[in-house]
Design a protein around this ligand. Structure first.
Ligand code: HEC
Ligand code: HEC
Length: 343
């Protein structure tokens, strides 16, 4: 399970626990942990700059994949989770948060990916960037934790990764020294194939495009509940029920499948309105800014329509989650949320 969603420790510890549960260190040979996989050896990825790539890269980084919510200091109080000015790409340490009372001692380091030579990515090659983004291997060869959503970015086309790299290289360099990530357990790159949403047979071009965007935007990372062992309940993918607590408040992701308990009342126009305004069902109430609508709102109509078209093809999940109702226990996702008692 990735739950990279913003990498808050909330989701984080869950992922960590899942990793610990799944990967006892004895089964992961130490030597295998920090090496580049053979298929990537000898291939040198290049990302030559061009104005088209810069524009496309900015669009992916800022509006679809919301890289700077994590690699920057997100401001939930005043700016809907957008990074504070000057922190875009500069990295950030998330500290003092815990999940179910379990502290995370050193905080979680979100690296500085601006072109600063000393404290950022100024000396990294295109290939190093590409390996981090699509293969989960850091510039120094370490296995990245899955707080970095590389499992979702693995579907990114060569042209799109190149564009992302061009965008990162265009950032103003920020001098921001951060400590090395210290994780209390060994890591192994895990592509979480179980989190890859199904691709419908005979998908139209629009649906294919929607699938691709949903991957980059990591929608099912947040909109899928977890089981007792903190693994994603993939039979409820997109069915909502994951709880997030932090500076944005306390919120459970809703069901975004086309089941009557989900968003069957949406049409494409309402979906676009919801994304652009950040208001549930296109106007009912303000959505919690943990939902990255302030990034998605700048996607094109065509891309938003494609996402909606894809969502309509996913398996409907019966699961009522209404965040405007008082939270009550739900036996399906084992969280407390509005209408939990109706499940
Ligand atoms: C949900 C939070 C999150 C999002 C979104 C995210 N990242 Fe990361 N990223 C991280 C974390 C955390 C790490 C460090 C993981 C570690 O050290 O184990 C990381 C690591 C990296 C690294 C490797 C840095 C190094 O030291 O080698 C690069 C490059 C990177 N991210 C680029 C991106 C880009 C580009 C995007 C958007 C396309 C992105 N990230 C989106 C959380 C995120
Ligand atoms: C970082 C976690 C996260 C990601 C990523 C995310 N969401 Fe959400 N989303 C939420 C949460 C939490 C809410 C509930 C907010 C509320 O009710 O105030 C929400 C609400 C929504 C709603 C509003 C439903 C209603 O009540 O009317 C829709 C639609 C939605 N998300 C679709 C998406 C789509 C499509 C994507 C991907 C493009 C996505 N979300 C990505 C966390 C996320």
């Amino acid at each position: 399970m990735s739950r990279s969603s913003f990498s808050r420790i909330v989701c984080g510890l869950l992922a960590f626990c899942a990793l610990i549960a799944l990967l006892p260190s004895s089964r992961v040979p130490r030597a295998a942990q920090n090496r580049i996989s053979p298929e990537n050896e000898g291939k040198e990825f290049r990302a030559a700059p061009s104005p088209q790539r810069l524009a496309r890269g900015r669009y992916i980084v800022r509006n679809i994949a919301h890289c700077f919510r994590c690699h920057g200091e997100a401001d939930f109080q005043n700016n809907l989770g957008q990074p504070k000015p000057g922190t875009e790409g500069a990295g950030y340490i998330v500290k003092d948060e815990s999940f179910e009372g379990e502290p995370f001692p050193d905080g979680l380091v979100h690296p500085n990916i601006t072109p600063d030579k000393e404290t950022g990515a100024g000396t990294w090659s295109d290939a190093q960037f590409e390996r981090a983004i699509r293969h989960g291997i850091g510039h120094d060869g370490r296995a990245l934790s899955d707080f970095m959503p590389y499992a979702f970015f693995r579907s990114m086309t060569d042209e799109d990764v190149a564009s992302v790299i061009v965008c990162l290289r265009s950032l103003p360099p920020v001098h921001n020294p951060l400590p090395k990530t210290k994780l209390p357990f060994p890591l192994k790159v895990d592509f979480h194939p179980e989190m890859e949403p199904p691709f419908p047979a005979n998908a139209s071009e629009q649906v294919k495009q929607g699938w691709y965007l949903v991957r980059l935007a990591q929608c099912n990372d947040c909109h899928t509940p977890a089981d007792e062992k903190s693994n994603a309940k993939t039979d409820m993918m997109f069915g909502g029920g994951f709880r997030f607590t932090g500076p944005w408040g306390d919120i459970v992701s809703p069901n975004i499948t086309s089941d009557p308990s989900g968003i069957s009342h949406y049409d494409a126009a309402m979906f676009i309105k919801t994304m652009r305004t950040g208001r549930a069902s296109g106007g009912v109430r303000d959505l919690n800014p943990f939902m990255p609508f302030s990034d998605y709102r700048n996607m094109t109509d065509e891309d938003l329509k494609a996402i909606f078209a894809y969502l309509q093809t996913v398996k409907p999940v019966r699961h009522q989650v209404d965040n405007s109702e008082p939270p009550v226990y739900c036996p399906l996702c084992r969280q407390k949320h509005g209408f939990g008692d109706k499940n």
